[in-house]
Design a protein around this ligand. Structure first.
Ligand SMILES: [Ca+2]
Length: 607
């Protein structure tokens, strides 16, 4: 039995939490729109109330944190920083001040080290005792060539700078802590950089780690073992959840998941990297605080519902839950749109009065969400941060209502033809971002009030697109029964569904909403057996990214049954043509690896 030792370890976790010396909190380390001063003050107060005890100040957009690291803060800026320090003291939260000097520092120059120390000492004199040096997201060569003569490696320079700062601060201020974020923070391999940094860095300075990859769907015990072994210390976990700066404001409201009960035993500390939306971040943060309060008992679902109730209040809870269910997906979990999928599933299975009624009622509730939340949410900032997604939701819901109506009256009636044109416009609108003005500006607020314009937010977008693909396939089967049938299609963008890749028209195309993940595919049933020797011709459109046209790497695969596939060729440019060596009925294009851009297939034809 393994019950006993694990229970013993859990007790150890609990003891550590009681001592509350274990740092758990947030790192304000995201790119894009920084939090306002009020956001920060409120967040610190909130952290104190939920048992989070560590706030690392590291906004990428604070010039004095990164670009202008040498320069002292101007008086008014420093005044704000001091208010944050005081707020942390009041909330019993450790204020950790981070600097990122790596863009242009000359490591071997004593004047540079002095300037860095001056900056940190300014805060030390105001009571700050926790510091961090970030060497993330910089080039891995010396910015100043003179350093090449002083250090034989980048790791040596990083360890030297960190140790110099750490020792100097400790000598003068006693109990000072330092955390270092290395340039390689996303793997656990014994690379020369990580090995040397670990060997030379003071043993009581924790090294930041994001888990494997920058975004860790899970943090496995064996990976923790490995990073501890490679760095000779417990990692300080920088958890890139729910941060959304990488995905144009995508809202992540789901609870933290896949952090095992004993994980804290293997950590020197934990930071969550939050969203640009401070109030909405509180929902996942509450679940993180819950997890650390008792990792063994943590239940994501229960914790999440409690978090929604706490952040939104009891009156708004049913509405907030309804909205959050549509924004709960992330790299951690695909538990999103559960009610929507269940009701649409019932409807597709059999459009009975009951299934139609339930779906209609639910869609009506979604349409009214914004009004209800406006009425019941006392937390106005939360409401404002939700609004772009609620606006987007209305467009999705109206499109879905149109599809239900078209299905009801039959696709070929004159009214249906008109409604389908209207639906097509709606599908384009939902995927058309408008160049957004600065958030919070007057134009921003005006756009928010404009019902027809959507430019940000997310609400089960992939699910709505997948449902629309299903409707479109049903209608196409009715109106053009001889066309190949779509078996599977990653969610389409602007109504450019899978059928447009087999309609014989080079002006139309299937276009995906997102880049394809490796293994994702667009598959067709030709509805008849095609003989050996048939040629398959594929025509792809390149998509521009970083000023170059990118082409996806796709395998062309055929199958007689639709279950077992044979790869017969690849397409990695504008077109490809291959002859089949076997009879087949099914054809698919499968991504050999993650594609860089959305995938556009103009035509897939057999001859
Ligand atoms: Ca086409």
């Amino acid at each position: 039995m393994c019950g006993l030792p694990i229970n013993g370890l859990s007790a150890k976790v609990a003891q550590r939490q009681e001592k509350s010396s274990f740092p758990v909190g947030i790192v304000e380390g995201f790119y894009g729109r920084p939090w306002s001063h009020e956001d920060r003050l409120e967040m610190i107060r909130f952290m104190g109330t939920i048992g989070m005890n560590h706030y690392c100040y590291a906004p990428k957009d604070d010039p004095y944190h990164r670009k202008k690291w040498r320069e002292p803060y101007p008086e008014d800026e420093y005044k704000k920083l001091k208010e944050l320090i005081r707020a942390c003291q009041r909330a019993r939260v450790t204020f950790c001040f981070a600097v990122s000097p790596g863009l242009d520092i000359e490591y071997s120059n004593p004047d540079e080290v002095r300037l860095l120390l001056d900056k940190l000492e300014l805060l030390a004199r105001d009571g700050v005792r926790a510091f961090a040096l970030f060497f993330d997201d910089i080039s891995s060569t010396f910015p100043q060539t003179r350093d090449q003569q002083h250090f034989h490696s980048f790791a040596e320079a990083h360890a030297y700078l960190a140790n110099s700062v750490y020792n100097a601060l400790r000598e003068k201020y006693g109990n000072v802590s330092l955390i270092v974020c290395p340039t390689e923070y996303y793997h656990s391999d014994p690379t020369p950089y990580l090995t040397e940094l670990a060997a030379k860095l003071h043993p009581s300075v924790p090294i930041v780690w994001t888990g494997l990859g920058v975004f860790s769907a899970r943090v496995a015990p064996r990976d923790l073992l490995r990073i501890r072994e490679v760095t000779g210390r417990k990692p300080f976990l920088w958890d890139n959840y729910p941060v959304n700066d990488w995905d144009d404001g995508h809202i992540f409201l789901g609870p933290i998941r896949n952090r095992t009960p004993l994980m804290p035993l293997n950590l020197a500390g934990y930071w969550s990297n939050p969203m640009n939306e401070a109030e909405l971040s509180k929902i996942p943060l509450l679940t993180i605080a819950d997890y650390f309060r008792s990792p063994e008992a943590y239940n994501p679902e229960t914790s999440w519902r409690n978090a929604l109730r706490r952040v939104g209040g009891t009156r708004a809870y049913p509405y907030l839950l309804r909205a959050a269910d549509l924004m709960a997906g992330s790299f951690l979990s695909e538990e999103e749109g559960r009610v929507l999928c269940a009701l649409v599933g019932d409807y597709f299975e059999a459009a009975t009065p009951a299934s139609v009624g339930s779906l209609r009622e639910y869609l009506q509730q979604l349409l009214e969400l914004e009004t209800h939340l406006d009425r019941t949410l006392a937390n106005r900032r939360l409401f404002e941060e939700l609004r772009p997604s609620l606006k987007r939701l209305r467009l999705h819901v109206r499109n879905l209502q149109l599809s239900l109506r078209i299905n009801e009256i039959g696709t070929t009636s004159p009214e249906a033809i008109q409604l389908r044109a209207q639906l097509q416009r709606g599908l384009v609108a939902v995927d058309t971002p408008v160049t957004a003005p600065a958030r919070g500006s007057e134009e921003w607020n005006k756009l928010l009030r404009d019902e027809t314009t959507v430019f940000e937010g997310n609400v089960a977008d992939e699910i709505f697109a997948t449902i629309q693909q299903s409707f479109f396939s049903r209608w196409t089967a009715e109106t053009s029964p001889s066309l190949p049938r779509v078996m599977a299609a990653p969610p389409a963008w602007r109504g450019c569904f899978g059928e447009f890749a087999v309609d014989g028209n080079f002006e139309t195309s299937y276009t995906s909403r997102n880049p394809w993940k490796g293994g994702e595919y667009l598959a067709f049933d030709w509805q008849r057996e095609l003989p050996k020797g048939t040629a398959i011709e594929v025509s792809v459109e390149g998509v521009e990214r970083w000023k170059a046209i990118r082409w996806p790497e796709l395998a062309i695969e055929v199958s007689p049954t639709g279950a077992r596939w044979s790869k017969i060729g690849t397409v990695s440019g504008a077109s490809a043509s291959v002859k089949t060596q076997q009879a087949f009925r099914f054809v698919r294009l499968r991504a050999l690896q993650d594609t860089e851009t959305r995938v556009v297939i103009k035509e897939l034809a057999v001859r």
